[in-house]
Design a protein around this ligand. Structure first.
Ligand code: FAD
Length: 365
């Protein structure tokens, strides 16, 4: 296929859990991948954001990873995945087999730079790895770009004066790179706690700070109230066009056996947030100081939507208004894996719902 000359009815941007799930259902509903619709993914390989996550992360180490729809036909299941291998390797391999089995024809690397209106069409412009630019004309866009490319670091006075290293979850590859360093870990979610456990005995000194107190919850409590409340908060923000709230602040942290053991040995002692950053450390409002070589920001991500800027979907409240999977300003733009769908189970559900809506939109054109 020559993307430059084609006119697929739909373009899916992103080949992670959400994009592949939409592609699977579009195919089931009769659209041909590679001609009726195309999937453009920045890559570089298969696996969505998982391929870029750190070495020590294992499938199921914090949350469950849900299977893609139809994955059982390949005899694959994350429940039975090899937990001695990094999740990045397992997920990239499962997704590669899935794409091949269902012949989803994902175009990679395809880094979408913009989506814009031209008369009644949508124009998607993307760059391949060799810096070549391509343009494709389409009727409908499904945005499934996740959040990994948009790490969020909150601003604190003195942030830019720090002489040590700022790293975000998205930059972290292994504990070794922080060996013998004095490290401040910022954040109240499972990633922050995972880093503390990995860095224990490797870093020279570890300090954990969080904006809000940490609530450790049993699995049953998490599954019932906290999780559905967090999803409802995300849904409410998406429907009213506000920036999405942190998932962590709504769910609490699961009290797994490993986390309970870390609490028992005194590793997970959280301090309140510091007030400012100085060249060689951080300072609290009461004057206390902690020297630091590195600050590891586990402070979350924002939806990656820069390429949609020409469509002017953003509200003055800071977000995009999304209800039932599509933009309320432009119903030709769908959002998969956005807000309340930002988990592997949510992304799967979104796939079926959005694919049906895409077909309905196309049949009304
Ligand atoms: P992604 O997997 O991020 O896929 C988006 C894809 O879009 C990527 O391939 C990216 O390259 C591509 N892309 C982005 N921008 C562009 C562009 N402009 N042009 C072209 N392509 C683009 N959820 C769970 O259910 N279980 C877990 O255990 C779990 N662990 C997590 C751990 C961490 C550290 C984080 C940050 C999140 C975790 N999540 C987990 C939530 C996670 O967001 C989902 O599991 C899942 O990865 C989301 O799938 P997605 O397809 O929406 O996004």
């Amino acid at each position: 296929m020559s993307p430059a000359s084609s006119h697929p009815s739909a373009v899916v941007i992103g080949g992670g859990q959400a994009g592949l799930s939409v592609a699977y259902y579009l195919k089931r509903l009769g659209l041909e991948p590679g001609s009726d619709f195309i999937v453009l993914d920045r890559g570089p390989g298969t696996g969505g954001a998982w391929q870029l996550r750190w070495e020590a992360l294992r499938v199921g180490s914090a949350h469950r990873i849900n299977d893609l729809p139809g994955m059982d036909a390949l005899g694959l299941s994350f429940e039975e995945a090899d937990r001695t291998l990094p999740a990045k390797t397992v997920v990239a391999d499962f997704y590669r087999q899935y794409e091949e089995f269902y012949e989803l024809d994902v175009v990679r690397p395809a880094d979408v730079q913009s989506v814009a209106n031209r008369d009644l069409d949508l124009i998607v412009t993307w760059e391949d790895g060799a810096r070549g630019m391509h343009e494709v004309v389409t009727d409908v866009v499904v945005n499934a770009t996740g959040t990994w490319g948009s790490p969020f670091i909150p601003w604190y006075p003195g942030r830019d004066t720090f002489a040590g290293r700022h790293l975000h979850t998205a930059d972290y590859s292994s504990a070794e790179e922080l060996r013998d360093k004095s490290v401040i870990v910022v954040g109240g979610g499972t990633s922050a706690i995972g880093f503390l456990m990995e860095l224990e005995g490797v870093a020279a000194e570890l300090t954990w700070v969080s904006r809000s107190p940490i609530e450790f919850l049993d699995e049953s409590e998490l599954n019932l109230e906290a999780r559905s409340a967090a999803v409802a908060m995300q849904d409410e923000a998406a429907r009213s066009g506000r920036a999405l709230p942190s998932i962590v602040s709504g769910t609490g942290v699961p009290r797994t056996r490993r986390i309970q053991a870390a609490i028992d040995r005194g590793l997970l002692q959280v301090k309140p947030m510091f007030a400012s950053i100085e060249p060689d450390g951080v300072r609290w409002a009461d004057g206390a100081f902690q020297r630091a070589d590195a600050i590891l920001w586990s402070t979350g991500f924002r939806p990656e939507l820069r390429h949609l800027a020409p469509l002017r979907l953003r509200e003055k409240e800071g977000g995009v208004t999304v209800g039932n999977g599509s933009s309320w300003k432009d119903p030709r733009i769908f959002f998969a894996g956005y807000g309340p769908q930002a988990s592997t189970i949510g992304a799967n559900r979104a796939g079926r719902q959005i694919a049906r809506q895409v077909i309905a939109t196309l049949s009304n054109l």
